[in-house]
Ligand binder design. Structure first.
Ligand code: KIV
Length: 272
């Protein structure tokens, strides 16, 4: 007999842990602006990630490294104004937490105060332990991020699947347990073998949200612009496209342009 799924009026970090405990999968998508956030929230997506992927998607950079704390705060505050239910997690940008735990805390406090987001996300495990501890001690919830961590792209050299070798897989498992022990409320695992991601999810009580990490984890995250098909260049195997917005938008723009140039728009009914 199937058990009725609990409805959550407002998603909190605690609801996510609760959802995992009850076998309820977690949905997460990115948003970087008010209008998109309003739609994503209206669709009852549990978590909205204001990802540093804004650096790629919104600003056209090749990597996530250039985006600044001020830019992340701008995106996050726009998203916060659009939501009523989703939990808002904001990426701490590259350079704001790796070198100095005090700077990490100052950056996380700025995100919480100036954007109104509900939690921060940080890439890495034992290397950033002190920064995570300091932020958690200040009462700010932290979501971890392991596996393919795009802020380390120049160390990896490629966006290929991580932790295929035993040594890296062991480190990933140890890091996941460390993040749980430190008090992180959830973690993202990106682009690792499905069997490893499932093993991690089964070994810890906090939710594991996967991207390119198979179906044995506690939830899934995608970049919204990718799943809407707004880009044609990015075609990883893990991506499922729910629309082809690139073609649909281009077609709309072309029809509008043709209507303007032919004088068909605006019509009598579309003027005062
Ligand atoms: O920045 C981002 O969008 C992310 C997701 C890919 C998990 O970190």
């Amino acid at each position: 007999m199937s058990v009725a799924k609990k409805q959550y009026k407002r998603i909190t970090t605690k609801s996510l842990v609760d959802m995992k405990a009850h076998g309820q999968k977690i949905s997460m998508l990115t948003a970087y602006d008010y209008t998109m956030a309003k739609i994503v929230d209206g669709a009852n997506i549990d978590v909205i990630l204001v990802g540093d992927s804004a650096s790629n998607v919104m600003a056209g950079h090749e990597t996530t490294l250039p985006i600044t704390l001020d830019q992340m705060i701008y995106h996050a505050s726009s998203v916060v104004r659009g939501i009523t239910r989703s939990l808002i997690v904001v990426d701490l940008p590259f350079g704001n937490y790796q070198s100095d735990p005090k700077l990490a805390l100052r950056s996380a406090i700025r995100i919480m105060k100036e954007s109104g987001g509900h939690a921060v996300k940080m890439e890495g495990g034992s290397e950033i332990k002190q920064s995570i501890k300091r932020i958690l001690n200040a009462g700010i919830p932290v979501m971890g991020h392991l596996g393919l961590t795009p802020q380390s792209i120049y160390k990896f050299g490629t966006y290929t699947v991580r932790a295929k070798e035993e040594e890296e897989a062991i480190k990933l498992m140890e890091d996941a347990k460390l993040l749980e022990k430190l008090g992180c409320f959830a973690l993202v695992i990106e682009k690792v073998p499905a069997a490893l991601a499932q093993k991690v999810a089964e070994s810890i009580t906090i939710p594991v949200i996967g991207i390119g990490a198979g179906n044995g984890v506690d939830g899934q995250v995608l970049v919204t612009h990718d799943m809407l098909g707004m880009t044609h260049e990015f075609n990883p195997r893990f991506l499922r496209r729910y629309l082809d917005m690139y073609d649909q938008m281009k077609d709309a723009f072309q029809r509008y342009s043709a209507d303007v140039k032919s004088g068909d728009f605006p019509s009598d009914k579309e003027q005062y």
